[in-house]
Design a protein around this ligand. Sequence first.
Ligand code: ADP
Length: 281
Amino acid sequence: MGLGAGFIAVEAADVTESHRLARVRRDFVANVSHELKTPIGALQLLAEALLDATEPAGDDAPHLSEDLVAARRFAERIQHESTRLGRLVQELLELTRLQGAEPQPPPEPVAVDWVIAEVVDRTRTTASARRVEVLVEGERGLTVYGSDTQLATAVANLVENAINYSGEDTTVRITSRADDEYVQISVADQGIGIAPTDVDRIFERFYRADQARSRSTGGTGLGLAIVKHIASNHGGRVEVSSTLGGGSTFTLWLPARPPDDLLATLPSAEIEAGPAELRQV
Ligand code: ADP
């Protein structure tokens, strides 16, 4: 039934309770994760101590008892699993922070070249271990606005995935470009790709299209959820295009202009530095 002329419909919903519950849940995850950090760290150190204590000295190596060999194998597993657990807890903490457990740091101008160089540096070892070449292409000298560490984490997660879900002797391309509104950083791989049925769900926490592979690469299932939150906290978004067996391209879209509050605090020299910002003055 339509409203008669001169009437306005107002619908109000009390969301106090659902906001309170969301906060309780977030704080609970943050607290548990924080509490788990210490015992996990202790497990890692104990496993390391066990490996050191059972290290064969020089000529002993061929004569190690079966028990000692088994003990070393178990210690290695404990080390591997506790490292994985440590990463999971750290990413859970990171996600709860991004979901609003902590306020966003004030936005700062961030050089996209710096973000990409940092990510290439961080992923160098994994890339060379898996014989994947990481190439950087596109426009240089672009600026985005926000937190440099969060942006580096987001792009690093995309590049790590690109490497992990690709075969040997393939190439990962990081490309930056910009239009008036957005800076785009895309990460394209020639890897296994993602089925259309999975594509819509991979940004959910713990959703994995390829369980076995994700576990073997030490994946936590939280990487893309973190990327999505970082993108939206920066006023941007993340998109994916992929074909099963034909590689994937993830693109991070970030506003090319500073948020208004940053604009007010930037020294005028910085505002005049880029054409996009100039239009704002
Ligand atoms: P994980 O730690 O499992 O990699 P993510 O949240 O980073 O978790 O990714 C979720 C899932 O999306 C992965 O388990 C994988 O199935 C899929 N995925 C992510 N990136 C890629 C990629 N570049 N190529 C193919 N599949 C991918």
